[in-house]
Design a binder for this molecule. Structure first.
Ligand SMILES: *[C@@H]1O[C@H](CO)[C@@H](O)[C@H](O)[C@H]1NC(C)=O
Ligand SMILES: *[C@@H]1O[C@H](CO)[C@@H](O)[C@H](O)[C@H]1NC(C)=O
Ligand SMILES: *[C@@H]1O[C@H](CO)[C@@H](O)[C@H](O)[C@H]1NC(C)=O
Length: 276
């Protein structure tokens, strides 16, 4: 709107000096031919947007449209969806790991974002976290010197593909799980490692899943959100209830017959994966 006003003003200001010089006559002609339009535009401002407006990061997320998820870890080797957290680190041994090939396949198939389960519910970290020994450093893979997150981050960067990371709140291995303050600190420590060591992270995934009868504890979601936005200002945060992105529909893959970007979060909750 400001810009539009400036243009109109300059057209009006041009009028008195537009008589003698040929170039200015052309300008005058242009100004006059624009006048009817300018008048109506002046009197009819564009409609106000319906709030809230998407952030730049949300728009970018929508434009990248397809993300490929890599659920990789001990579960790959034990053939389970949810690991128990009791699997020996030695089961993780991807001797021929090639993240360049992963990213190439993703890119060839039209994905421009890849997301890795840096830690799933079993608690095993695909990077050498300083907060636990339950990670690649206790595995036999590359004699404990490997780092899947690092390799994938490099491959994604080289290919110009965005990188997202998944850090499960539910942790079936970590002993502090269930002790609210201790575990929240632990989780934020791990999140900080992931968001400070591997360059630009475009999406952070907080999965609300938690098994029946699991220890009761509170997650400090708002504090986590602040930390993530502070460490990676270009990242969107995904959960069942935002704050930045969410399922199209629900985890069961069911979406409403219309499903627009605008979403009323007040009744949604993280971990609420029941069909809408
Ligand atoms: C990894 O995969 C890429 C892409 O398919 C390939 O060019 C490269 O040779 C592979 N590297 C190794 C070590 O196999
Ligand atoms: C792991 O360490 C052993 C013993 O030091 C060595 O023989 C082996 O080559 C190493 N393997 C790798 C993948 O680095
Ligand atoms: C969002 O949903 C809540 C609960 O159903 C309702 O009270 C509120 O008015 C809704 N907000 C908007 C902006 O529609």
């Amino acid at each position: 709107m400001e810009e539009e006003k400036t243009i109109h003003n300059s057209i009006f200001n041009a009028k008195p000096i537009s008589f003698h010089i040929h170039l200015n006559s052309i300008l005058l002609f242009l100004s006059l031919s624009l006048l009817p339009f300018s008048y109506s535009a002046l009197h009819k401002p564009p409609p106000l947007p319906i709030l809230p407006l998407p952030s730049a990061n949300q728009l970018h997320w929508q434009l990248t449209s397809m993300a490929l998820f890599f659920h990789f870890g001990p579960n790959t080797f034990t053939d389970s969806e949810w690991g128990t957290g009791l699997a020996e680190p030695s089961v993780f041994n991807p001797t021929r790991l090639n993240t360049t090939q992963w990213v190439q396949v993703a890119k060839d198939a039209g994905f421009n974002r890849v997301i890795l389960t840096a830690k799933h519910h079993d608690g095993f970290c695909l990077w050498p976290s300083e907060y636990t020994d339950y990670s690649v450093k206790s595995s036999s893979w590359r004699n404990g010197t490997g780092d899947v997150v690092k390799e994938l981050a490099l491959s994604a960067k080289e290919a110009g593909v965005d990188l997202g990371l998944y850090l499960s709140p539910w942790d079936r291995h970590e002993v502090s799980y269930g002790k609210t303050l201790e575990y929240n600190e632990f989780y934020m420590g791990q999140m900080t490692e992931l968001l400070t060591r591997y360059g630009e992270i475009k999406e952070v995934w907080l999965d609300g899943a938690k098994g029946e009868g699991e220890k009761d504890m509170e997650y400090f979601f708002d504090t986590w959100f602040s930390l993530i936005h502070q460490l990676q200002p270009g990242a969107v945060i995904f959960s069942d209830a935002g704050p930045d992105t969410r399922w199209i529909g629900d985890e069961a893959g069911v979406a409403g017959s219309t499903c627009w970007s605008l979403f009323n979060r007040s009744t949604a909750k993280i971990g609420g994966t029941d069909p809408l």
